[in-house]
Design a protein around this ligand. Structure first.
Ligand SMILES: [Zn+2]
Length: 353
């Protein structure tokens, strides 16, 4: 794969290195590290995107690359423990969420590159600019089925190519549905959250108009139904919100539910079986669900992933009053096209299945 930008910092790489989008240890853990994989259809050429998984690499700077090398060795241990229901501490869960940010953005950059020219999206950010920046969500399901393999789900869908909001991975017997998006768990957890998002005419950015915290848990998180059984992990991250509206964050509720209020990092919350609770830094948790999986129906992962991508595209009420008529029309046209494409994508998937 040839691109001219470092996958981590987005600059032309210094002392050029190759970074595996999917780390080598993960390829080894899940099968032959030199196997051929299929990413789906190239939207432009309508050909299957197939390649040797070991060559799924992107250029990276030497320094950017080595910074993450240490993370990879720790995450290997975390995944090995998750596969067999062993306990994880706060630091490990936090690091795992960072790693999922890295993988999600890395796959997004790669998929954009592989579909180059079709969607005309020029990535505005790279891995370094997105790790641990926005609220994150992870649903974990252990299938306990001795499956060996690595699958990424929802990567080649139009909504994901447009914005890397939600991606699922299957790592052997583990299903991981991962979301990171502006304030996506904040309302659910009683933190300040946006009432409206306002589109900016000049830079294509979005301003979030945040309202005060409800200071209590809200029952509903997504409209999309995530297959049971699963355990939810959630973490509000309000670095950006606090910068604009420090007064909304300066209260006991936010303080109590944050590890580090100054840096805008909320606690890690877990939810399952109608229980919702935060994790202290000295606690350890495990994700055992053995009894529930035995008699359960098959756990769907493709449908919820694509449906969630579609839901997130329209998450907040949008204010287009600052845009010109042409910009407004373009904005809605892009959204309509993405949703239509995604619906087709889901239909095709259901037929093939
Ligand atoms: Zn770099």
């Amino acid at each position: 794969m040839i691109s001219k930008k470092c996958i981590f910092c987005g600059n032309p790489p210094t002392d050029k290195n190759k970074e595996h989008v999917l780390p080598k240890w993960l390829l080894k853990l899940t099968g032959d590290e030199f196997r051929t994989v299929n990413l789906g259809y190239n939207w432009k050429t309508q050909q299957q995107i197939e390649f040797n998984i070991s060559s799924f690499t992107f250029p990276a700077c030497e320094t950017c690359n080595s910074k993450f090398a240490e993370v990879e060795s720790k995450v290997k241990v975390i995944v090995e423990r998750l596969l067999v229901d062993e306990y994880l501490n706060y630091e490990q869960i936090n690091l795992f969420l960072d790693w999922l940010d890295k993988i999600r953005i890395g796959i997004w950059l790669a998929v954009n590159y592989l579909n180059k020219g079709h969607f005309q999206i020029e990535p505005k950010f790279f891995i370094n600019q997105r790790v641990g920046l926005k609220d994150r969500f992870l649903a974990i399901t252990n299938l306990y089925n001795n499956h060996k393999g690595l699958t990424w789900i929802g990567a080649n869908s139009p909504c994901f190519i447009y914005s890397p909001t939600c991606l699922s991975l299957q790592i052997n017997n583990l299903l991981l549905l991962n979301v990171s998006y502006e304030f996506i768990v904040s309302e659910h957890l009683g933190f300040p959250f946006p009432k409206i998002c306002q589109l900016q005419p000049n830079n294509g950015m979005t301003d979030y108009l945040i309202g005060p915290a409800s200071k209590k848990f809200n029952r509903r998180l997504f409209n999309t139904k995530i297959s049971e059984p699963h355990i939810k992990i959630m973490q509000p991250i309000y670095k950006q919100g606090k910068g604009i509206l420090p007064e909304f964050y300066d209260n006991e509720y936010v303080k109590e539910n944050s590890y580090d209020i100054e840096s805008g990092i909320g606690k890690i919350f877990l939810e399952h079986d109608n229980l919702l609770y935060s994790m202290e830094k000295d606690e350890e948790v495990n994700f055992s669900m053995k009894e529930k999986i035995k008699n359960g129906a098959p756990v769907k992962i493709v449908e919820p992933t694509i449906e969630l991508q579609m839901e997130l595209l329209n998450k907040y009420r949008t204010d287009t009053s600052l845009l010109s008529e042409e910009q407004t029309n373009n904005y809605y046209e892009v959204k309509r096209t993405l949703l239509n494409y995604s619906r087709d994508y889901l239909e095709i998937y259901k037929k093939v299945k």
